[in-house]
Design a binder for this molecule. Sequence first.
Ligand SMILES: *[C@@H]1O[C@H](CO)[C@@H](O)[C@H](O)[C@H]1NC(C)=O
Ligand SMILES: *[C@@H]1O[C@H](CO)[C@@H](O)[C@H](O)[C@H]1NC(C)=O
Length: 418
Amino acid sequence: MKGPRLSYWSRTTDSLPLTAQLLPFFAMRALLLLFLSSLLCLASAQNQALMDYLERRLLAIEDRISTWHDQTGRYASELREFKQQMVGLLENMDKDKDALRTELSGVGTRVERVEREMDYLETQNGAQPCVDVDEKLVEQEVTVVKEKNKAKYAKLTDCRDMISSIKAMKILKRVGGAKGMWTKDTGSSSSKVYIFNGTSDSTLYEFRSIRDFSASLGMSRGKPIELPHPWGGSGHTVYNGYAYYVREGKEFQVIKYDLQNGTVVDSAVFPAQDQLPVYSLNPETHIDLAADEEGLWAIYATRENERNICLAKMDPDTLDIEQTWDTPCPRENAEAAFVICGTVYVVYNTKLPSRSRVQCVFDVSDMVTTDDAPLVYFPKRYGAHSSLKYNPLEQLIYAWDDGYQILYKLAMKKKLEV
Ligand SMILES: *[C@@H]1O[C@H](CO)[C@@H](O)[C@H](O)[C@H]1NC(C)=O
Ligand SMILES: *[C@@H]1O[C@H](CO)[C@@H](O)[C@H](O)[C@H]1NC(C)=O
């Protein structure tokens, strides 16, 4: 029975209609389609997700970009504001600076005005200190003064010039320290210039001319001259080819040094006792040697007459002291002095340097007194003069002012006959 059933079955199978036979195929196809479409669906869903994801990221990035944009914009505008503020501040500062400057210049003019007023007041009472001392001298020391000043001075020349004003000034150079002295040869027409830097040294510098000196870098063009002894103070002079300088030790010695052949020609102990600094504002200088039309002079001070300055006429050949005088000019606040035609002009200043002025005059031939002499003011300067050296041939003063080498051109007038 097994057989026919089987065959039946096979027969049965065989006997099925075609459609019925194709049914599984359709089903399969549908299934496949379903599967594929679902697969496709799935893929597109995945795609969508991806797209969505990407879109979200892009949006996020866009967001961030736009925030960043905003922020940079904000920063930029903040920066702009800051810049504007700064510009405003700077402008204000500029305005403030201008205001300060005008204020300062206002103060400057006020100071100048005060100074002028003081100058004026001083012109009104200028000769006071000298007159005071003069009267005291007349009261107390009349005999001494008369004794000392008794001998009439026999003039060597007929020069009758006296200073009337300072016509011009020229600042030549700044070389060396605060104190020093510079000069030409005061007794010859040599063009050489000599620089004594400092108040205690032994090397002076010789320049061929003023032009050479002003063109020199420091002392580079100068010829160093080594003196056998150091000088003291700034009261030296150069006269007729010799340097006359003061050597300080137990006593004060005047040395005469030949600048041509480099030898000490003569030396002499200065005969005054108990010497004091001659100018209170330049305490290093005890003896100030000066040369004028008449020759060589020494300006000094001693304890014997400690308030006032003394004057001596020296023989330039032998260094002898020929005659001495007590001048009425006080040492107090004196800065320097120079001699023109036998008249000493003492220059005064204040401890805090202001303007130097000739405030006491002493003439060995009694033709000029402080009362007759004009109150001569020096132009505004840097500090204080440490030396003033008159040159009779040029009528110039060679000044050393806080390291600056200055020339003052003098206007002269004639002394009145007595
Ligand atoms: C001048 O002298 C001062 C001291 O007074 C010193 O310091 C300076 O170096 C000197 N200058 C020259 C150029 O010799
Ligand atoms: C130098 O010159 C002086 C004159 O000023 C003279 O007396 C002296 O003998 C000279 N010395 C030398 C070494 O030439």
